[in-house]
Design a protein around this ligand. Structure first.
Ligand SMILES: C[S@@+](CC[C@H](N)C(=O)[O-])C[C@H]1O[C@@H](n2cnc3c(N)ncnc32)[C@H](O)[C@@H]1O
Length: 273
């Protein structure tokens, strides 16, 4: 006798929501379809396809890599194991960036370490008059970001290289945003959970977690227009250190913003005139 969707969901070792997402992927249908058809008999080939995805999830692979996408700022972005899985916290970085350029016409924006392109693409779509350049040291990540920009209709410029050491076009930027690797290389979390599957170079700077943030802050004044803003995402315990880095480089209006968990997650400052 054939298995039904309802029986499969009840017997799955996965949480129901994850099992439903995997079934949506296998059948190529929206969630409402699953609910309306939950007593339909399943084809054995579909059951086998589901079981293969379920086994990957049970082995710990992040659901975003299995599905191949993750939602960010209301849009679906393609993700592969070459890029960090977008985090909801990073929406705060986008919000701070958008606020920083609210009164600037045709702003020039630089996203350092773009990964899947979530920040650069979102800024470009939310501010269609902006000229947004996205960089990364990973050519594979840039391929994913290019695909996301194309699929979502964002016009971006891309550069491959080490932070500012790449083609940044001509002129200076009104806004530099970055969510760099900021986990301390000795942090035990790197060997646990979803992080085991994400690119190490997207998670840690291989040092104390502040090495890349230092490089980004140090170089920013040379690439920001007078009054331009630098916004960086950082770890839960790094806000004070990042504020000090910005103050040491003579940034004005240095402040940190809290994420939905109340953690200081993004720090920003205005470039010295
Ligand atoms: C934490 S991920 C952020 C990705 C994306 N912006 C996001 O918020 O999901 C950091 C990104 O910085 C890139 N990266 C790491 N070191 C870099 C460097 N020295 N120069 C440029 N990009 C770098 C990584 O490849 C990775 O894509």
């Amino acid at each position: 006798m054939s298995l039904t969707l309802r029986e499969s969901l009840v017997t799955s070792a996965l949480p129901r929501l994850e099992a439903q997402l995997l079934w949506q992927r296998v059948l190529g249908v929206p969630r409402a379809w699953l609910i309306a058809h939950d007593t339909d008999p399943l084809d054995p080939a579909q059951v086998a396809a589901y079981r293969a995805l379920e086994a990957r999830r049970l082995a710990g692979e992040p659901i975003a890599y299995i599905l191949g996408y993750r939602e960010f700022f209301g849009r679906n972005f393609q993700v592969t194991p070459a890029v960090l899985i977008p985090r909801p916290d990073t929406e705060l970085l986008v919000e701070c960036g958008l606020r920083a350029i609210r009164d600037v016409r045709a702003p020039r924006v630089l996203d350092l370490g773009t990964g899947s392109g979530i920040v650069a693409v979102t800024l470009a779509l939310e501010r269609p008059d902006a000229q947004v350049r996205a960089t990364d040291c990973s050519a594979q990540a840039l391929d994913v970001a290019r695909k996301n920009a194309g699929a979502l209709g964002a016009k971006l410029w891309f550069s491959h290289g080490n932070w500012y050491d790449t083609d940044l076009g001509s002129g200076q930027f009104d806004l530099i945003v970055s969510n760099p690797p900021y986990i301390d290389a000795r942090d035990g979390h790197l060997g646990r959970g979803d992080l085991r599957f994400e690119p190490l170079g997207a998670l840690t700077d291989g040092a104390d977690g502040l090495r890349d943030l230092r490089a980004i802050v140090r170089g920013a004044p040379d690439h920001l227009a007078p009054g331009g803003i630098l916004c960086v995402e950082h770890g839960w315990d790094q806000a004070e250190s990042v504020r000090s880095l910005l103050l040491d480089r003579r940034f004005d209006a240095v402040s940190s913003e809290r994420d939905l968990s109340g953690i200081e997650r993004v720090t920003q400052g205005r470039a010295p005139a």
